[in-house]
Design a binder for this molecule. Structure first.
Ligand SMILES: [Mg+2]
Length: 339
């Protein structure tokens, strides 16, 4: 199969209110993202990723010129070809996902079935994004409970760890049947607080008391020894890898004992084929694989198909961004799109 065209549509949706996520030092008034469109033999495929004009420029010039004329049969795409995304400090997972979408449409099958999956349902966990007060968090969790969601991930990045723990304790007190996870967003954080290994261990030990399901990204992404040390010193499962890419990088992380839960994302890595190999590697090491899936709309959908193609034991949940509650709808039903 050859690609006849690669097009990228950059969209900017004004948000209902400015949103400040825990991992960003500024509020966002607008959500900017790209829809990736591929065409081959009259068939179209789509995906989306949270990158803007630079992504469009890179895909419609360098990438398009490189891939046109090459064999792009989906399972035969060489990882070295997808790695050219790293030249621009960006990934080509969204391009690879769009090709999967095209192939699935051409074959007349939902993608997860094309991949051999048979799951009709994948459990979601509600992923918060903001550092809200205890009262605001309780209001949000109440909404999740009304939606039938019984696993919620809280963010821990306040100046004082005690303040993070206060929010967690309030949720445990008011929702004793809920299961909680905690995301510290330390792996790629570009502003403080930066946790030390001892701070991460202190948090992990606290979380043990509340039977928290996992602690996500408690340390800088390259402190692989720290991740292993933490796993050896706490009963809490340690998760990570959401912005990593490359099968060999994941192999190194897994072989070095960094994670209990591997969280590759199909649009931020080099795509679905790579993620399925990473998932198989996780399975061989008796770990879990649960894709990161914060991009709303098509990015989330790609990761849902990835999750549905895997056994539930290996991939029990799909992350679902629900903070603000309307975040999941942002790039699907935005009413004021501007190209
Ligand atoms: Mg995360």
């Amino acid at each position: 199969m050859k690609l006849d065209d690669v097009r990228v549509h950059v969209l900017a949706i004004p948000l209902r209110e400015p949103v400040q996520f825990s991992w960003e030092p500024f509020p966002r008034p607008v959500y900017v993202f790209s829809i990736v469109e591929v065409e081959s033999g009259g068939h179209m495929g789509y995906s989306a990723i949270e990158f803007g004009a630079a992504y469009k420029q890179f895909l419609e010039t360098t990438v398009k010129m490189v891939v046109q004329g090459l064999n792009m049969e989906i399972e035969e795409i060489d990882p070295r070809l997808l790695e050219i995304g790293s030249w621009a400090i960006q990934r080509l997972g969204a391009l690879e996902v769009a090709i999967w979408d095209l192939v699935a449409k051409r074959e007349g099958l939902p993608l997860y079935k094309l991949l051999g999956g048979s799951r009709r349902r994948v459990k979601v966990y509600a992923s918060t994004g903001r550092l809200l007060s205890a009262e605001e968090t309780l209001e949000l969790v109440e909404k999740y409970a009304e939606m039938g969601i019984n696993v919620v991930k809280l963010r821990f990045r306040r100046e004082k760890i005690e303040d993070d723990l206060e929010v967690l304790k309030a949720v445990v007190r008011d929702f004793p049947d809920l299961r909680l996870a905690v995301d510290a967003n330390q792996a790629w954080s570009y502003t403080p607080p930066y946790w030390s290994r001892k701070q991460a261990l202190k948090v992990a030990r606290e979380l043990e008391k509340y039977d928290v399901l996992w602690l996500e990204e408690p340390l800088w992404k390259d402190d692989i020894e720290g991740y292993r040390w933490l796993r050896e010193n706490t009963g809490i499962e340690i998760a990570g890898g959401e912005l990593e890419h490359g099968l060999q990088r994941f192999r190194m992380l897994i072989e070095n004992g960094a994670f209990d839960i591997v969280q590759a994302d199909s649009v931020y890595s080099n795509g679905i084929a790579e993620c399925r190999k990473i998932a198989a590697l996780a399975e061989a090491f008796e770990l879990k694989f649960m894709p990161h899936a914060w991009d709303p709309g098509l990015g989330w959908l790609a990761n849902l198909h990835l999750a549905a193609s895997l056994p539930e034991k290996l991939c029990p949940y799909i992350e679902t961004p629900l903070d603000p509650l309307w975040w999941s709808d942002v790039n699907v039903w935005g009413s004021e799109w501007k190209c």
